[in-house]
Design a protein around this ligand. Structure first.
Ligand code: ATP
Ligand code: MG
Length: 445
């Protein structure tokens, strides 16, 4: 394997070695370096105590707590280095930290407590310490627990989400015994803080293989624990006369995610759960036709609950909910401009592109063609109607212009005049053009 250790990293190693301490690059940095990826996040493990590390590194270094010393970096893009004294404990999912951290004496002790073999190697310029076969698993593209997988997942259930997340990020498989142990422990996942589940889920969604990631969550039994609403959608049939659907709801959701080209994890999540209201609204008519009347409204409520449960930020929740709520938008050619403008206002100008992407993925995920002439016409019209202003703030003149031209003082009158001109622009009696609007203002004098 070929890799280079940047000078700044080599410099830190040299300083510790010169002072008589052991130090190794550890964790994700070793893994990514061996895979030929660029590394920005460098973690080190040493037998020096935090105080000793600070002495070696000088006044720029700072104590971060729990045995970690931080050091600002010069190399472009690098995060601050983190140098941690050998540990004999990793991950405290119940959030309780021991009062006193017990340090390990050797690198081997430290590596033994790490989660997966590919994350449990130590590296310097001249040697690699790999007691658990991490290099072999990198070659085989396998996520394998260090030590007995049963105990390792039981003692820290976050590791189950980390396994699925790493598999999705690296496009690796989860080794059989490790996978079996996750299946056996999956019901314990909700023991950890929801924020931590959210963080891993968002990383799975943001990975190059979000669809594989969700399949893995399902296969391991984690999905039914963290997103039971989605698990329920599998097996809900929608193939019926007069309907284009060929897949069950869950499979359709997954396929839609697979086709989604947005890199935004929230757009991907919205695509995954857009039909989450279908299981509850399923109705089969006597003639065999299946309907899901109002499923987007029911789905919006469910999406809201999921966002709350998984502690999404307000901004993330708002976007998710809008995309789910309006995903059934019509592209019908008989709609008025006003209807199109209402669509834009509801979805939010900033989300229109994402809403269209969700539709594209939704179509492909149900076996339809990517687009239709109606959709293409609709998109053109969306651009056209956006050339007209949406609020008084989109006018080409401002309150200042009104005051200057009409020589009036700040007050409600200004807003009234802007509203009047805005109405004229919407009715296409006045162009949205600065010169024309200034001229019109003068007429009002
Ligand atoms: P990335 O930074 O790309 O998300 P990473 O593997 O570096 O991946 P970190 O969360 O930065 O992940 O953790 C650094 C290292 O600490 C890991 O590589 C692993 O060796 C160890 N580690 C992290 N979390 C756990 C855990 N819950 N149990 C055991 N070891 C862990
Ligand atoms: Mg890391």
């Amino acid at each position: 394997m070929h890799f280079t250790i940047p000078d700044e990293v080599g410099g830190v190693i040299a300083k510790f070695e010169k002072a008589g301490f052991e130090i190794y690059i550890v964790g994700g940095a070793v893994r990514d370096l061996l895979m030929g990826k660029s590394v920005i996040d460098w973690d080190f493990a040493t037998n020096a105590t935090p105080d000793e590390s600070q002495k070696v590194l000088g006044k720029d270094s700072y104590h971060q707590g729990f045995g970690t010393v931080g050091l600002p970096t010069q190399t472009e893009g690098f995060k601050p280095f983190e140098i941690t004294t050998y540990r004999i404990e990793f991950g405290y999912s119940d959030k309780r930290r021991p009062d006193k951290v017990a340090w390990g004496k050797t690198l081997e002790e430290d590596l033994k407590r790490r989660d997966f073999t590919i994350n449990a190697m130590g590296l310097t310029k001249v040697k690699i310490i790999d007691p658990h076969g991490g290099q072999k698993d990198l070659e085989k593209k396998l996520i394998r627990a260090v030590g007995g997988p049963q105990e390792r997942f039981a003692e820290d259930t976050l590791r189950m989400m980390r396994a699925v997340r790493l598999a999705a990020e690296l496009n690796f498989k989860i080794e059989k015994k490790t996978l079996d142990a996750i299946k056996a422990n999956s019901t314990l996942i909700n023991k950890i803080a929801r924020e931590r589940i959210r963080d891993e889920l968002i990383k799975i969604l943001a990975s190059p293989n979000p669809h594989e990631g969700v399949l893995h969550l399902r296969e391991t039994g984690l999905l039914i624990e963290i997103l039971p609403e989605l698990e329920k959608a599998f097996g809900v049939e929608q193939k019926s006369p007069q309907r284009h659907h060929i897949y069950d709801v869950g499979t359709h959701c997954l396929l839609s995610l697979k086709h989604c080209q947005s890199t935004d994890p929230i757009v991907r999540f919205a695509t995954l759960i857009h039909d989450i209201g279908k299981p509850q609204t399923y109705k089969k008519m006597p003639n065999g036709v299946i309907t899901f009347y109002n499923h987007e409204v029911v789905g919006t409520r469910i999406a809201k609950r999921i966002a709350e449960r998984l502690r999404f930020s307000n901004e993330q929740a708002r976007k998710l909910i809008k995309l789910v709520r309006w995903h059934q938008f019509s592209v019908g050619e008989t709609q008025t401009d006003k209807a199109l403008r209402r669509f834009i206002t509801r979805v939010g100008v900033e989300n229109v592109e994402d809403m269209l992407e969700l539709r594209r993925a939704d179509r492909l995920g149900s076996g339809a063609r990517e687009t239709s002439w109606r959709t293409e016409e609709f998109k053109k019209r969306l651009i056209e109607v956006q050339k007209q202003p949406f609020t008084i703030h989109d006018l080409k003149i401002t309150g200042n212009d009104v005051m200057k031209v009409l020589g009036i003082k700040p007050g409600p009158k200004i807003g009234e005049i802007l509203e009047k001109l805005f109405a004229e622009v919407v009715d296409q009696k006045l162009p949205n053009d600065k010169k024309a609007q200034l001229t019109r203002l003068k007429e009002l004098e």
